[in-house]
Design a protein around this ligand. Structure first.
Ligand code: ADP
Ligand code: ADP
Ligand code: ZN
Ligand code: ZN
Length: 755
């Protein structure tokens, strides 16, 4: 394969030769440096394998190798990507959609450093003067509110989630996991002699309640043994609440989520800081009030701070705040917890840090930076990508939106299909050439949408009344039943607040979102969809052995990797790293189990199949039904054994949809289901949504994609702007009415796409 030459000077290109990660078929390509290159292609074509799995991965590995042996011993040992040669790499920074962790001490302000700058401004100019910058930090003892330790809220336990007061200890009054009748803890309670094990909890005296819930650890004698008794609430706090939520077993996590309630800290009112820090003000506002302001308002407030002693600092702070506004995040506040941001918002917050950076000649790698952005916001995102390029950086972007492809200096189009049908370069060159090229991307670039007309008739209405979550202003709206409703509006206008927060959750509402799938690393599409069960049974029958042999973590699984095929190295502060298991060479099972075959394939071969291949291999039965649904949602290219941890947000959402479609449900809610989908994949998604509606379901979709809007029976448009400039319904009606009469931002952008 002869790479297309586009850059004049070979030193000015990143040369990729013979890349073979995942489905790539020895790809060779030149990528111009200090230019904006967009990678396109249907989902599963190999864009991530090339950009993240090859270029960014190798750059990261080379950087790690430059550290001393001592430092390297703390770092993951990354394996070299499967590529013959990579030349002229620069340091790569990946700005992805990974959510920013569940640490409630991380906020938009701390993540962008804007809060650190604000602290210094307050330490210099705040009146009265309370000290240096640490006095304004809620993460340091000198600044934090002592009651809530800087969290702004205090946790409490809901007694009714822990016990059933209408039962006695002997009847199983304790509902806490692992504390059932006869458990060790149950025996210490009964053995304490403080309670009548046959009395209902509601009949306990006040003293008994106190002892039951709050008694500190006390030595008690049971028979000839010394045991320790402590109150239920004390015990639950100690063993469950001090643990990292994400590392808990699912049933424990579910209990903790039920039992723990949060209330705003009464002492600081949620401001996280101690009274001294809160007493210090600039122009009448303390630092907590500044952090709670919408960022676009704070930018104005800071603009007015005019003191030569802090001028350079204020200028930098202003730049950061302005960048947040430009990137379409002006509706956030600095005190917003990072963990509550959507994937797209998180990526844009991370981007702001790099815009302020004085590094140049860096390779920035973005994964669909327009996710969550209304067409109106995309132009501003494009400007920022160009600004990074103009600072002398190489910008690589995986993206499907025609608006962003249009600004590329260079395009690398992968395909032609997904999985084994992809992995090749279909086109490289400029955008004009892509338009003329006969590739799937080229053909779709100037694609125009047709409005659904006439629309389907609703079978009823789901009323939402007085919705006022976040920025919503007492919103009344009826959601039509039995049709496809698309909820639109700029980022921050209130779509999620309305649909996720205010939709009545009664009977049969299924929300399919992009949140991480809870489960272990052993989970893959086969286990998660239940597909492994019929596969296991088929193998067991064919070989006259027990089905359990074919499960991960059974005696049939490789003892080293426990059936995952990969070995993970976990490191504090860093993402875990996977490497192929050396015992089984990634085959997951013992040699004995691998001798059992079904129609010539062993279990490892089957798990390596893509959904499309597996559909041919299992032409009927229960397995085929599951596989058909996976293909329906556009995941035909996914391999059955691929760890769920490697799926993108869009893939996760479609996988969940494939499962939940099998349930008897009536209302489906989807959040930007086109994420990760090529223009050509969107048609397939629309057909699927139509099928759900035609089967009598209600489908509600939050979307920015014009093709989806055009396909709707009903549009609910929020706005007019974001944050406090949004939160109202600005239009409801059919897509044809929106285009004909609407004067909203959505109407304007949809109009351009109707042809
Ligand atoms: P794109 O980014 O274009 O959607 P990917 O590079 O993610 O495509 O995927 C290309 C192919 O490689 C697909 O068939 C996908 O299932 C497979 N693949 C991706 N990541 C992994 C992985 N970690 N393990 C196994 N297969 C993978
Ligand atoms: P959209 O879905 O249209 O992007 P959202 O409903 O996410 O809009 O946001 C609407 C407003 O509500 C924004 O000002 C946003 O900052 C605020 N908001 C959303 N989620 C939260 C949250 N978890 N905590 C505080 N404010 C929030
Ligand atoms: Zn407090
Ligand atoms: Zn192994």
């Amino acid at each position: 394969q002869q790479p297309a030459r586009n850059a004049a000077d070979s030193h000015d290109v990143i040369e990729v030769r013979g890349a073979r990660e995942n489905n790539l078929i020895g790809v060779s390509v030149d990528i111009p440096k200090r230019r904006l290159t967009v990678f396109t292609g249907v989902s599963g074509s190999g864009k991530s394998s090339l950009v993240f799995g090859t270029i960014a991965a190798e750059s990261q590995r080379l950087i790690n190798e430059t550290y001393s042996a001592f430092l390297q011993s703390f770092m993951p040992s990354l394996s070299r990507p499967d590529v013959d040669a990579l030349r002229n790499l620069s340091a790569a920074i990946v700005v992805d959609q990974e959510r920013m962790g569940a640490n409630s001490r991380s906020t938009v302000g701390t993540a962008t450093d804007a809060y650190a700058m604000l602290r210094i401004v307050f330490s210099r100019l705040g009146q009265p003067h309370v000290g240096p910058a640490g006095a304004f930090s809620f993460n340091l003892p000198e600044g934090m509110c002592p009651t809530c330790e800087g969290l702004g809220r205090v946790s409490d336990l809901d007694v009714h989630a822990m016990v059933d007061v209408e039962r006695s200890l002997n009847d199983g009054a304790i509902l806490v996991p692992n504390f059932a009748v006869d458990s060790w803890y149950w025996q210490t309670i009964v053995g304490s002699g403080l309670f009548d094990p046959d009395a209902k909890l509601q009949d306990y005296s006040a003293q008994q309640w106190q002892d039951f819930l709050h008694k500190p650890a006390t030595k008690i004698k049971v028979g000839s043994n010394n045991w320790t008794y402590e109150g239920l609430a004390v015990k639950v706090r100690r063993i469950y609440l001090t643990k990292d939520r994400e590392s808990m077993q699912p049933h424990i996590r579910a209990f903790v989520d039920r039992a723990v309630t949060f209330t705003t800290c009464a002492d600081c009112g949620g401001a996280r800081l101690n009274p001294a820090a809160l007493s210090s003000r600039i122009a009448g506002r303390n630092i907590a009030e500044c952090s709670a302001m919408q960022i676009s308002d704070l930018a104005e407030f800071i603009r007015a701070v005019d003191d030569p002693s802090v001028a350079p600092l204020v200028a930098t702070l202003r730049e950061t705040l302005d960048s947040l506004v430009e990137i379409g995040l002006g509706y956030l506040s600095l005190d917003r917890e990072s963990a509550t941001l959507s994937g797209g918002e998180a990526q844009r917050v991370k981007m702001v840090r790099h815009l302020g950076s004085s590094l140049s000649d860096v390779t920035y790698v973005f994964d669909e930076p327009t996710v969550g952005l209304h067409p109106h916001d995309i132009a501003r995102m494009n400007d920022l990508l160009l600004r990074l390029r103009d600072k002398g950086n190489t910008v690589l972007v995986v993206e499907h939106k025609p608006e962003t492809i249009a600004i590329a200096d260079h395009v690398v189009d992968l395909g032609p299909g997904a999985g084994a049908a992809g992995g090749r370069i279909c086109y490289t060159g400029d955008v004009a050439g892509l338009r003329r090229s006969d590739t799937l991307t080229g053909r779709h670039l100037d694609h125009r949408v047709t409005l659904r007309d006439p629309v389907r008739r609703p079978t009823g209405q789901l009323p939402i009344r007085g919705a006022d979550l976040h920025n919503l202003r007492d919103v009344d709206v009826d959601i039509p039943l039995g049709v496809l409703t698309v909820v639109t509006g700029v980022a921050g206008s209130g779509k999620s607040s309305l649909i996720h927060g205010s939709l009545p959750r009664r009977g049969g509402v299924v929300v399919v979102d992009q949140s991480p799938i809870r489960g272990s690393r052993r989970s893959n599409p086969a286990t998660y969809t239940g597909l492994l069960d019929p596969i296991r049974t088929a193998f067991a029958k064919a070989n006259g052995v027990k089905a359990a042999l074919f499960s991960a973590n059974s005696e049939g699984a490789c003892p080293t990797c426990k059936g995952i095929g990969l070995v993970y190295t976990d490191l504090a502060m860093m993402a875990g790293v996977a490497s192929v298991c050396e015992s089984c060479e990634g085959r997951r099972y013992t040699d004995e189990v691998l001798t059992y075959t079904l129609r010539g394939k062993n279990i490892s071969d089957v798990l390596a199949m893509s959904v499309t291949e597996a559909r041919e291999f299992f032409p009927g039965g229960q397995a085929r039904a599951v596989l058909d649904r996976l293909a329906d949602v556009g995941l035909g290219y996914l391999s059955l054994g691929q760890p769920l941890t490697t799926l993108s947000g869009g893939e996760r959402q479609r996988l969940k949809l494939a499962i939940r479609m099998a349930e008897k449900s009536s209302t489906y809610v989807l959040d930007e289901p086109t994420t990760g989908l090529h223009l050509a994949d969107v048609d397939q998604l629309l057909a699927l949504l139509d099928r759900l509606v035609d089967d009598g379901n209600t489908v509600i979709v939050i979307e920015h994609h014009q093709a989806v809007m055009a396909h709707a029976d009903w549009i609910i448009d929020l706005g007019p702007g974001a944050g406090h400039d949004g939160g109202r319904i600005v239009f409801t009606g059919t897509p044809a009415e929106l285009v004909a009469q609407g004067d909203t931002l959505t109407a304007r952008h949809l109009r351009e796409y109707v042809g």
